[in-house]
Design a protein around this ligand. Sequence first.
Ligand code: FAD
Length: 396
Amino acid sequence: ESADVVVLGAGPAGLVLGLLLRAAGIDCVILERASRTHVQTRARAGFLAPNTVRILDRHGLADGLHLGGRRHGTCEFRTEDGRFRLDYGALAQGGQHHVYPQQNLVTDLLTHYLDIGGRIRFHTEALAVRDADSPRPSVTTREPDGRPTRWTARYVAGCDGRHGAARRSLPPGAVRHHHHDHGVTWLGLLAETPPSLDAVGYAVHGRGFAGHMARTAEVTRYYLQWQRGTPADAWPEQRIWDELDLRMRAADHGPLRRGRLLERGVFDLTCDVVAPLRHGSLFLAGDAASLLAPAAAKGANLAVLEAEILAEALADALTQGDTAGLDAYSDRCLAHIWRAQEFTGWMTRLLHAVPEQGRGAGAGSFFHAGLQRSRLNSLRTSRIYQDWFAENYVGV
Ligand code: FAD
């Protein structure tokens, strides 16, 4: 089987890329390991930055989020020195997020893609990308019936995440892989309950960080800083809610609305960058290119931005023989990626008392707790600091 562009993965990166290529008349196919139901119900991101909404608007892909999403522009920090709010939507260089669950965005994108006749194969796992250093790369797959198949292409786009086939297929030495461990672990929770705050809530506490993020009128995401290595189900629901109450200082600032916990997941706040984002005819985008810790909610936004840049470059190459965009792709995206990584690292140290090098001290280090408190006080009192925060918080 063949296509000019074989796209691996139907997350935000792969679907935006497939849509823009298809709209430009390029022959492409998306290969997705999971089922359609699985990709449409996987709850992950929820905060879309203004630039992401602009990109989706530009290509007529934002109707769902304008209908079902909510604008959001406030965050509240709760610390031992009291609480303060930042209206980041109104600060200089700021802007508002659209809160729209990632699974709804993925559902919208997939519907658009199928409506314009896009080709997609579910239950099709990419095993390896072959001959990426040649003009005729191919992808070996396991098809739904278990049969091995080979897809030939002019270009392959690896949008299949951190553990996908694209990354695995990079020969040793072809790219550098930069990895960093922020030294913090989170328990991520989805609770069947309306938001308790009309703001993103960041609670900094001696027992560790706790976070509150709206998703829909019925579902709210919470995070708890968690002991690394402890399983997600180690605590009963009651204990989790009690801990959230404690760290979010519910006694001082109002109760949290409790509800059934729909999902729990433990993840270490690690990040990485692959550089360059290209090996011959294989290009990486989204989480396959760079993984960000979720502290600053950048991953899905970068995925959409990179997909747009890559789609334009591939269309230029395939329709006009102009490969300048493909040659510039990696450098253009890496500039955005490093900026997002830098801010995510800063945000991680704002929310947790971790050393610059990550690892180790957790919430317990007196020195790093002092730095953290000072950073929070600067954010509370300095307008320039607040403007810088707003610009980076919503920017991609
Ligand atoms: P994915 O969405 O991971 O899609 C990759 C696709 O590839 C998947 O469908 C997968 O099934 C498929 N695949 C994998 N391997 C193969 C294979 N071998 N063959 C074929 N298909 C394959 N980001 C934000 O911007 N804002 C947020 O608020 C935010 N919150 C988050 C909260 C959580 C709990 C998590 C986990 C992440 C969050 N993120 C957030 C990050 C965001 O979800 C990701 O960065 C985003 O999904 C990346 O999109 P992607 O298309 O690159 O990858």
